[in-house]
Design a binder for this molecule. Structure first.
Ligand code: C2E
Ligand code: CA
Ligand code: CA
Ligand code: CA
Length: 279
């Protein structure tokens, strides 16, 4: 047993070393990726349920590694978040999205709200307001067209600071959304206290619709509660017509999902938009 224990220990340390090395390697490569323009922003349409029109898009980052190809955010956002590199990645995504949005406005496309994910660590830096204001100014993208997606976990930290940060962002004129709603340790009281505009119902509650009655009931309750408190409600991860029909019956305002389109590169998004709005 002793022998076995030692073996286990060696196995464990070797794995740890490997994991640590891989992480340091990824960190260094990601750092380079930001500098060498290997990041890309994809856009996923946000659709008004009542009219079927595309009213906005969520910006989702990808990493185009010369060797590995397209790397999804699930592989590098957590690393970026834990190393602090998220500030650079996040600022890059924000600037790139505002620049793209400005190009679309200048090209005469219908006005859109572009939503950018802000990670908890990025949000809790006290200069987030300055960063957002500076990027809006540099790019000329209108504040009212920018939405920031925040997670419940970021909002649950240091409540008084959070209220100050949110109010500062509100003053700049951007819209605020709460992402993955219903998955965190949320306290419903913060919904009243925080100046938010949009609730995004997590895909986890949408998946079971229409066959799972409890998922449908939760989604309908979030829509009713959110709207009573003055928010717009958006359902994430809508893949089937049945889900959309159910959401329509609840009065949910918007949806996002593969049913309409996966996240796509800017040029493809523009084609979607032009096509959707053609007479
Ligand atoms: P999220 O913010 O909840 O983004 C939604 C995710 O769901 C996206 O995955 C999107 O591609 C996916 N999705 C959308 N509709 C459907 C659907 O109908 N079915 C399925 N199965 N999936 C759908 P993605 O792009 O891989 O992003 C994963 C997560 O990575 C995001 O979750 C977000 O937490 C994070 N992320 C992505 N881009 C950024 C970024 O620029 N900054 C930060 N901080 N996080 C980001
Ligand atoms: Ca999001
Ligand atoms: Ca989400
Ligand atoms: Ca999510």
């Amino acid at each position: 047993a002793k022998q076995e224990g030692r073996g286990c220990f060696r196995y464990f340390t070797q794995n740890l070393t490997y994991a640590a090395r891989e992480r340091i390697d990824l960190e260094a490569r990601l750092h380079r990726a930001v500098e060498q323009d290997e990041l890309r922003v994809y856009f996923q349409p946000q659709v008004d349920i009542a009219t079927g029109r595309i009213v906005g898009a969520e910006a989702l980052v990808r990493w185009l590694d010369p060797k590995e190809g397209l790397i999804p955010p699930s592989r590098f956002i957590p690393v970026a978040e834990s190393t602090g590199l998220i500030a650079d990645v996040g600022e890059w995504v924000l600037r790139h999205t505002c620049l793209q949005g400005k190009k679309w406005i200048d090209a005469g496309l219908p006005p859109l709200t572009l939503a950018v994910n802000i990670s908890p660590r990025q949000f809790l830096r006290s200069d987030i307001g300055d960063t957002v204001a500076r990027i809006l100014q540099e790019t000329g993208f209108p504040p009212t067209c920018l939405e920031l997606e925040l997670t419940e976990s970021a909002l649950m930290e240091r409540e008084q600071d959070v209220v100050t940060l949110l109010n500062r962002l509100r003053d700049i004129g951007v819209r605020l959304a709460i992402d993955d709603f219903g998955t965190g340790y949320s306290s419903l009281t913060y919904l009243k206290r925080f100046p938010l505009d949009v609730l995004k119902i997590d895909k986890g509650f949408i998946d079971g619709i229409p066959h799972r009655k409890d998922d449908g009931a939760i989604a309908a309750a979030i829509v009713a509660m959110g709207q009573t408190l003055g928010f717009k409600v958006l359902a994430e991860g809508v893949e089937h017509e049945g889900q959309l029909a159910f959401l329509q019956s609840t009065g949910c305002n918007m949806y996002q999902g593969f049913l309409r389109s996966p996240p796509v590169p800017a040029d493809t998004f523009r084609e979607l938009l032009v096509h959707a709005h053609a007479p």
